[in-house]
Design a protein around this ligand. Structure first.
Ligand code: FAD
Length: 295
């Protein structure tokens, strides 16, 4: 199913993101997690793609996406990056996705690693989108966007102009980079709308639930940390259980505020953690139901 159609009859989508484990030995864990996540009413589950990963690792994205569709009967979105790919590889991947009936692709450039120079067939996600639309127009394409600007763009205006190129090449909906300050999202959404972006934008939300994430995830994403979240890190940063609860609560509060402000969807970065996915989903299901089926 083309998930863009969901927006025709739903006001607010709810989706999950998972990643293929790096080690073969961890696959049982992800399969078990997916089994438990089956009870969560997600509109779709997206599976990330290791930009610099081996072919075998990247095949796992397709394998897991296929499993989500065949076994769990939930629509998968397969992420696909182009920074280290050439046309032939992308052709092969598209053929594999078709064989596995995966219809939705998150089209990405991927991060450029200092250790491996990028290949030259595709420079931006928009080039990959154009290539897919020209060769396999049946796929539905999603794209990434950045409420606090992509780190390589000089300004938000420039980033949004580049985003519009991606949209012109066939993206039907956007998912944001994680953020902790909803005001950044609202300001980005307003600016994008004024610049002519009318696609649904889903908010990417990641609960910070373990101390290692505080430095790594927060630093890597470049997301601003509001004072309230900073205080939470200071108070509970060395108490795993308390931080877990606080992180989940913070994310739920963020989501409630986004829904009250008419966000078109929540995309939960689950970190493959069933408890995070379940607790967030349980907390908002009745609210989503009321938003999507008003009496
Ligand atoms: P692009 O849209 O190509 O943009 C990259 C930069 O180039 C931006 O600064 C943009 O302003 C600029 N730009 C774009 N087009 C043009 C143009 N035509 N001319 C000039 N400048 C231009 N990474 C992974 O490796 N695997 C994943 O599975 C993955 N999933 C992600 C999911 C989401 C929701 C998000 C937000 C990110 C994800 N990433 C993933 C990270 C992503 O690959 C990086 O953020 C990467 O640096 C940019 O990818 P992009 O698709 O946004 O790039």
């Amino acid at each position: 199913m083309n998930i863009a159609e969901l927006f025709n009859h739903k006001k607010t989508l709810f989706s999950l993101e998972i990643f293929p484990p790096k080690k073969d030995s961890s696959y049982n864990i992800i399969y078990n997690s997916l089994l438990k996540m089956r009870g969560i009413p997600a509109d779709f589950i997206s599976v990330t793609y290791g930009a610099g990963g081996s072919r075998a690792q990247q095949d796992k994205t397709i394998e897991i996406a296929s499993l989500i569709l065949q076994t769990y009967h939930t629509e998968p979105v397969a992420h696909l990056t182009c920074v280290n790919a050439d046309r032939e590889q992308v052709f092969q991947t598209l053929a594999q996705l078709k064989e596995n009936n995966v219809e939705n692709i998150m089209v990405l450039r991927g991060d450029i690693s200092p250790d491996s120079p990028p290949k030259t067939d595709f420079k931006y996600a928009s080039d990959l989108a154009a290539f897919i639309k020209a060769n396999e127009p049946g796929f539905n394409l999603l794209g990434a966007c950045y409420p606090e600007r992509h780190y390589q763009a000089e300004s938000m205006e420039e980033d949004i102009e580049n985003l519009k190129i991606k949209i012109d090449h066939g993206i039907t909906h956007l998912i944001t980079q994680l953020f902790f300050d909803n005001e950044k999202f609202y300001s980005f959404r307003d600016q994008a709308e004024k610049a002519g972006v009318s696609l649904p934008i889903q908010a990417g939300i990641m609960p910070i639930t373990n101390p290692r994430q505080i430095e790594r995830t927060v630093a890597l994403s470049g997301a601003s940390v509001p004072a309230k979240l900073q205080r939470m890190f200071e108070r509970y940063g060395d108490n795993e259980k308390a931080l877990f609860d606080a992180g989940v609560h913070y994310a739920i509060e963020q989501i409630m505020d986004l829904i009250a402000n008419d966000v078109r969807g929540i995309h939960l970065y689950t970190m493959n953690n069933v408890e995070i996915a379940t607790r967030v989903s349980d907390a908002i299901q009745n609210i989503l139901e009321a938003e999507n089926n008003p009496k």
